[in-house]
Write a protein that binds this ligand. Structure first.
Ligand code: NAP
Length: 294
């Protein structure tokens, strides 16, 4: 069994780290808000006071953080990951970040003689709990091969996509599509409810035809029951659209659909919905559901 490190015990990090523990691995953890690690400590993990100490303790450290700013802070702060990496160590960045940030982190880690893998995931909290994520990997292929067992604990499928940046870009593409699909779904649901039709009938019709998708089934249920408990926080979907648009700028690709959809998600902040589930986009479109908070 390996000694792994895990940095980030948010909605996704907590179940992912839990699964590594359940698989019998030794785990050293750190999270900015220590209290979120309590279930991990009860299950046998060790808490240390800094990301640096996680890397010192573990052979391979995984991180699952909010965004590029958080990922950079964890790596480059005075008590950050970079201070402790070196030969014999490896770092796996699983946060959804842009390829430029991932490269900055990865190249700095490799320059110190350690191995680096970017490994963002597709799937939400239920899939993280069930160990059924889809894991997109890029970077040091020997690390990808060496982590086969751990990747199988965390996910149902993993792919090696090439050099650092490839997996981040792929993940942003996947979430650009998801954000657009969900925005359209919420817009249609709003229209049909306003037109006096039964939203459940719409879900049944969509679910029975060529448009059937687990995304629509899961988020449709949350919307109909007015359950905004976060699984995938709306602010992270907006961040992913922002980063996808940034990638579009880099490659001079016109992305009018993503740009319009990004504006819709940004509007949800006016209603204080950013920490709610991404499906709360419906509430911001359905004006009767909420009043602006700021
Ligand atoms: P989350 O619940 O918001 O957790 C974010 C984590 O980042 C927490 O551990 C948080 O620490 C930490 N963090 C934020 N800012 C920080 C900073 N400046 N310094 C140190 N730590 C910081 O998010 P999540 O849903 O687990 O998502 C994590 C990543 O996975 C994101 O990149 C997201 O886009 C991606 N993702 C999410 C889902 C999903 O369905 N939720 C699915 C696929 C991918 P605190 O606990 O102290 O706030």
């Amino acid at each position: 069994m390996a000694h792994y490190g895990f940095i980030g015990a948010g909605l996704m990090g907590l179940p992912m780290a839990t699964n590594l523990l359940k698989a019998g691995h030794q785990l050293t953890v750190w999270n900015r808000s220590k209290e979120k690690c309590a279930p991990l400590l009860e299950a046998g993990a060790t808490y240390v006071d800094t990301p640096l100490e996680v890397v010192v303790a573990a052979e391979v450290t995984f991180s699952m953080l909010a965004d590029p700013q958080a990922a950079l802070a964890i790596c480059f702060s005075p008590s950050g990951v970079i201070q402790a990496v070196g030969p014999g160590k490896a770092y796996v960045e699983m946060s959804t970040i842009d390829p430029e940030t991932s490269s900055k982190i990865g190249i700095s880690i490799q320059a110190r003689g350690a191995l680096f893998l970017e490994a963002p995931v597709s799937g939400s909290v239920p899939q993280a709990e069930a160990g059924e994520l889809v894991i997109m990997c890029a970077g040091d292929q020997e690390l990808y091969v060496a982590l086969e067992a751990a990747l199988n604990v965390l996910g149902k499928k993993h792919l090696y996509l090439g050099e650092i940046g490839a997996a981040s870009s792929m993940k942003l593409g996947v979430n650009q599509l998801m954000g657009s699909m969900l925005a359209s779904f919420c817009e249609v649901l709003t229209l049909l409810e306003k037109a006096g039709l039964d939203a459940q009938d719409f879900l049944d019709i969509v679910g029975a035809g060529a448009l059937a998708a687990p995304l629509f089934a899961a988020k449709g249920k949350k919307i109909l029951t007015r359950d905004r408990t976060p699984q995938f926080p709306l602010k992270h979907q907006q961040k992913d659209l922002r980063l996808a648009l940034q990638l579009g700028d880099t490659h001079h690709v016109s992305m009018p659909v993503a740009a319009a959809v990004n504006e819709l998600y940004k509007r949800a902040y006016q209603y204080g919905l950013e920490d709610d589930d991404v499906s709360a986009l419906f509430a911001s479109l359905h004006s009767a559901e909420c009043k602006p908070e700021r």
